[in-house]
Ligand binder design. Sequence first.
Ligand code: MN
Length: 477
Amino acid sequence: MKPEIRPVASLREWLQRLADTDRLGVARRGMPLRYSVAALAKRLDGRKAVLFPEPDGHAIPVVSGLVASRAWIAEAMGTTEAGVLQRFQDAAANPLPWREIETAPVQETVHRDVDLTRLLPVPTHNEHDSGPYITAGLLITRNPRTGVQNVSINRCQINGASRLGVLILPRHAHAFYQEAEAAGDALEVAVVIGVDPLTLLSSQAIVPIDYDELGISGALRGEPLQAVRCVTNEIRVPAEAEIVIEGRLLPDVREPEGPFGEFPQYYGPRGDRHVIEVDAVTHRDKPIFHTIVGGALEHLWLGGIPREATLLGHLTRTFPNVVDVHLPVGGVCRYHLVVQVDQWSQEGQAKNIIMGAFAGHYDIKQVVVVDRDVNIHDPDEVQWAIATRFQASRDLVVVPEAQGSKLDPSARSGVSSKVGIDATVPAGADAFQFTRIRVPGEDSMDVEAHLDGDALNRLREILGRGTGRGHPDDQGG
Ligand code: MN
């Protein structure tokens, strides 16, 4: 299929594109929200997004699996796979702020007396999840001092008719909340469900505090996002979104939340977490509810691509010979980093790059450095480079007991050891010893032109009738 050149502008346009190219499955009506939605979404993970009409008889359909690979993300951005990181870096460096409008599709219907358990079709995904979760909601908060907004995705457990339990890790939304809580105030929030792939991707950017991530979405689209003020608070939300939950993060309130199946393919544990009191829900006419199945490819890639872009920028500032980076799916698009380098300037530099990468994000626990001839997007190629260019006594870096991911079950509450592997050709090595074998003409050969189309009959001719174990017809009747 030929990728479109134009960036995608809305969730509905993206679903149409997927349907036009046989990448959208539509489930039978009435699939159960408990497990069955996630089961079908995961069986088609990587191949098709799935739309679920009338799940459990609910009027609002559910969709999952909007992005399945780097190629889909490149297409949504209107670029090539090789161009994805550069495009994201450019957008983060030159954000286009949103533009406020007065009336918006996402406020076509307003509910002020809310029962979330009836209003929204919220699925339960994994076996030991504590219950239904809103997993694809953009949590938009606002710095109480500066008014600058922040966007992140936080898992939201349904705690009651108008109450959500939410996991807020110690980043920007948390900093805003702490400031409000210290003053005895609630923090206004909006949870935005059903946005286009570029806005989802932007929400995962690793940018400084007081940097509104929605500006990246505008830059990726090439025009500012339109935003509208919430009906009950000051948060501005994307006008084209499907559903918005408006509410307040309550000060001094914590309620049990979790467990919940997370991106490392394990459960995030239960704990006392923040609580959102819901004040209103607004939505489009005939809205669509987006759910991200925990641990599915959509979950992995949406986190991975913005991190790759940030890590590449971080490394190239210090090491100009770093060409590309990749966070492979096997490392849950978070923990394992592959770094590709061109021509060495100095022996030993791979180890400096390894240390620089560890400093780039605390989640990273393994870094492999490879040469330009290794395809970093092919795990077999990276494995081959380690197999043939790496010697543990010479090329291994271990950093014991550093900061790591709290969701890595092998870490001790976020204390994790790091491993670096220099899998580049050793400095000063004999060039022929490290020359990759190559069959001349292999890459350029027209395979079909060199194959006989009638393999069965040709085999029979070559083996001869009645000799050995021939074709079943040869057994006679
Ligand atoms: Mn932020």
